[in-house]
Design a protein around this ligand. Structure first.
Ligand SMILES: [Zn+2]
Length: 556
């Protein structure tokens, strides 16, 4: 399933010996992180301008498709601000939904090369009328000529990127590079966007922007999202971390030397590739890891417990998305759901790395094995859903939204309360008063335990924009796990008014239909209000509840 890959010769093993980071040898640090964050703020304002057009008398088309969406945009350049849309826009995908609406997504492009962070979505109602258009466009390009011819080869860019993130020799999958226009520091660069993915004490799913003219690394961020045979499936059983008896879908496998075994492999769901749980064997190398197997159909040893919960909870989350939202797996197309348990040693985290979930065992002081939390599993799997929908960039407000939606669905699936992580705290942590990770109902009641993060605000999780933590990108990617509590609390308030089911419908619609990679908190409010309007009618009590929830936390 995963290829063993060696990084290029540039990272010779000799250079890796010792603890000196490779990038210090090859590339002296060029600028301080703080000025870099400042620059981010500057370009965001000019190069990623949000708009939301709502038609009062909508124009009817012969059918809902991408060419008619483009026709609409050509006629309405004054409303959207997009000049020459047929030259500037590139179709990404067309999506139909359960209300009969059709959503056409475009990226803004120059010479066919997409501009990072831009996206335009035209929405047809079931009568083929364009009713709304929203998104973000780059408004700096009309006045600037961007030469889109790269001087650098893709291979050189890949090597630069790999060195810049200090990647180990072995990568999880082959790194990818895509040519994009990257607006940064008030300039539009032609750049290779490189994705480098690896495991280790400090695992990474890095996105690195390499200037395709000079070969310099312009910008980078880690998109790793923390918390984080015989195919006949039969029923087995097991005991979870907290002692629960679990019914499991497992598969009997024949092995050449050891005879019949039972694997945590579930092929019982129609049109789903399967749900698989792997044993990471308490290290960071997943290259040779295999499906979690037992000698009988009952998994009751202490070592089994983390695997039993991961397997069981994955199925619960899968069923939630299928039953509540008609979504077949993380990508909506039945992709395999893979989880690794026993990741690292005493590792106090869980993450989605872009292709699978990984759960640490906890150190027994702060956390017990993290797969014990259904909300944790739902959180990590929701990151997977977001990757395949709005794909919210994992930094600053878009990253906080990514975290927040993961928490909201965590609380919707694990519906006994509005707390995150209450089932994974170890006795010592509980004795210290740390009984959960975050609270949607009362964010202020939880202390930000990481002192580096806490220093940027009041020291407790915020529940209002007045308490927003202004954090640089090098601390928690600009506050993704902290400021998420503000929108979390809005969701809780809306849920109190409407109940979990409607909250879930509205949130799922916003993430799958309206939000884009650079959406911020205000965009989220607009997207959720529009979703509530689509589902329950403009001026409905549901729309009022969403507005009230966001008013209460100071997001307008
Ligand atoms: Zn997360």
């Amino acid at each position: 399933m995963k290829k063993k890959l060696l990084a290029p010769v540039l990272l010779s093993s000799a250079m890796l010996i010792g603890s000196i980071p490779v990038n210090v040898l090859a590339h002296p640090m060029e600028s301080k992180e703080v000025s870099h964050v400042q620059a981010m703020k500057e370009w965001n304002e000019r190069a990623s301008v949000p708009f939301f057009v709502k038609e009062r008398s909508a124009e009817k088309f012969s059918s809902s498709n991408s060419s008619n969406a483009l026709n609409y945009l050509k006629k309405n350049q004054d409303k959207t601000g997009i000049v020459n849309p047929d030259k500037q826009l590139k179709v990404k995908n067309v999506q139909k939904d359960e209300l009969g609406m059709t959503h056409v997504r475009f990226s803004q492009a120059i010479n066919g090369i997409p501009i990072e962070g831009t996206e335009v979505i035209a929405h047809f109602n079931k009568n083929n009328e364009v009713v709304t258009v929203n998104g973000r466009t780059n408004q700096t390009l009309a006045v600037e000529n961007v030469d889109t011819t790269p001087s650098l080869s893709k291979e050189v860019a890949l090597q630069e990127a790999i060195v810049s993130v200090n990647a180990p020799q072995e990568l999880t999958y082959e790194p990818t590079a895509e040519l994009v226009v990257y607006p940064f520091q008030n300039k539009n660069y032609i750049a290779y966007k490189v994705n480098v993915n690896f495991m280790g004490e400090d695992p990474g799913n890095w996105f690195v922007y390499v200037d395709a003219k000079s070969g310099k690394v312009i910008d980078k961020f880690n998109g790793l999202m923390h918390a984080e045979e015989n195919k006949k499936t039969q029923t087995g059983s097991g005991r979870g971390v907290n002692g629960e008896h679990r019914k499991l879908h497992i598969t009997r496998v024949k092995e050449p030397n050891s005879g019949t075994k039972f694997a945590l492999a579930d092929y019982s769901h129609q049109n789903l590739e399967g749900i698989f749980t792997y044993d990471a064997t308490a290290d960071w190398d997943t290259t040779n890891d295999v499906l979690y197997k037992g000698n009988s159909a009952s998994f009751i040893s202490d070592y089994d417990r983390a695997a039993v919960d991961a397997h069981y909870n994955s199925e619960k989350v899968y069923e939630y998305y299928l039953k509540e939202h008609g979504r077949n797996s993380l990508d909506g197309e039945g992709m395999a759901i893979n989880s690794y348990v026993h990741m690292g040693v005493d590792y106090n985290n869980a993450f989605w790395n872009g292709s699978y979930m990984a759960y640490g065992d906890g150190d027994g002081e702060f956390f017990i094995p993290l797969s014990a939390g259904l909300d944790v599993a739902a959180h990590e799997m929701t990151h997977g859903v977001i990757t395949h929908t709005a794909n919210l960039a994992y930094r600053n407000q878009s990253g906080a939204l990514n975290e927040s939606f993961a928490d909201v669905f965590g609380a919707l699936v694990d519906d006994s309360d509005w707390e995150m992580g209450e089932d994974i705290m170890a006795p010592a942590a509980k004795a210290d008063g740390v009984t959960r990770l975050r609270s949607l109902s009362d964010p202020n009641s939880v202390v930000v335990s990481n002192p580096e993060r806490a220093a940027f605000g009041s020291g407790v999780y915020p529940d209002h924009m007045d308490e927003y933590y202004n954090m640089p990108l090098n601390v928690d990617n600009g506050g993704v796990h902290v400021n998420s509590s503000i929108t979390n609390h809005a969701a809780y308030l809306i849920g109190q008014e409407l109940g979990r089911e409607k909250l879930g419908k509205i949130y799922y619609r916003a993430i799958s239909v309206y939000l884009t990679s650079n959406s911020n908190f205000s965009d989220a409010r607009q997207a959720l209000v529009q979703s509530a309007g689509d589902l329950y009618g403009e001026g409905s009590a549901e729309v009022t509840a969403v507005n009230a929830g966001f008013d209460a936390v100071g997001i307008y």
